[in-house]
Design a protein around this ligand. Structure first.
Ligand SMILES: [Zn+2]
Length: 295
């Protein structure tokens, strides 16, 4: 009897313990699901503040304009005129926070009392408005002259590059006649270098004949070759070669090309291929250009 009573007692104790632990677990679960918004916010990893480099428009911001100066070299550093110190910043908000500090406010008040505080007066269009105005001028120029739209991809980097030396950019003076001279001078230098490269490697000739508006027959000769240094495939126009003949047959074209090569020092033996249209003057089996070139 005593044994049964003892067993029953142990059973009651075990059941009580089970209930107790079960309730504890449920309570923990309950607490977990009942987290407040503040708990959720606190548990969330802190957001990284976005890094924004110095913007010219900050000099117009009412909270910054009177005291902030751009650091001459460091991108994420600004100078406070009244605290006389450089401050590192991630974005504009960091500089605004500096303006709220007691030390900064005291320095501003001291400067006002000493008469050394100057309020910066901002006039004229903003930085963004000025940039937009420049973009519109460029767009209008290109539209007026019907310039190919992809030209802007080269033009804008060039303008920015020229602007790195504003003194030299301001001193440029060039109209049509000078432009022609400059192009001619650069072409001459480039052409001599091209002939040197062609003579040091092998190339293909790309040929076509045409007649200009004054009735002069022209042989348009281009070359294609693998650049010996960059290993890129290059294509260059040699130049339109004038044909001094009435009918300009294949022999005339060949003679004109040989004479042109002699004058500019081009070694024609280095030409290993030829590209042209299907005209018989080039591909004729009896008296075509290819017959003379193969000799
Ligand atoms: Zn300050």
């Amino acid at each position: 009897m005593e044994l049964i009573r003892l067993l029953l007692g142990s059973l009651v104790v075990m059941i009580s313990l089970l209930f107790f632990f079960g309730a504890s677990c449920n309570t923990r679960k309950y607490v977990k699901t009942k987290r407040t918004d503040q708990d959720v916010e606190a548990a969330r990893p802190a957001k990284k503040s976005r890094i924004v480099p110095w913007q010219p428009d900050w000099k117009r911001d009412v909270d910054l304009k009177d005291w902030v100066e751009k650091h001459p070299t460091a991108a994420q550093t600004a100078y406070c005129k009244y605290c006389r110190r450089n401050y590192k910043f991630s974005n504009k908000e960091c500089l605004r926070e500096h303006a709220k500090t007691t030390k900064h406010q005291d320095n501003i008040n001291d400067a006002k009392l000493a008469g050394t505080f100057f309020e910066v007066v901002v006039e004229g269009p903003s930085y963004k408005e000025r940039v937009h105005s420049h973009e519109m001028k460029l767009a209008m120029l290109m539209a007026d002259h019907r310039v190919a739209l992809h030209f802007i991809d080269d033009l804008l980097p060039l303008i920015k590059n020229l602007n790195e030396d504003p003194e030299a950019a301001g001193g440029m003076e060039m109209r049509q006649s000078k432009l022609i001279q400059v192009i001619h001078m650069m072409y001459t230098v480039d052409f001599e270098a091209l002939i040197q490269i062609l003579n040091s490697t092998f190339f293909s000739l790309l040929l076509d004949e045409s007649t200009d508006i004054s009735g002069i027959k022209l042989l348009c000769a281009s070359v294609q070759y693998v650049h010996p240094v960059s290993k890129e495939i290059m294509t260059h126009l040699l130049q339109p070669i004038e044909i001094n003949a009435k009918n300009a047959n294949a022999e005339d074209l060949w003679d004109a090309l040989v004479e042109f090569a002699r004058l500019c020092g081009l070694i024609l033996r280095k030409a290993v291929g030829m590209g042209c249209d299907n005209a018989s003057v080039f591909l004729g089996n009896d008296n075509g250009f290819k017959v003379f070139s193969a000799k």
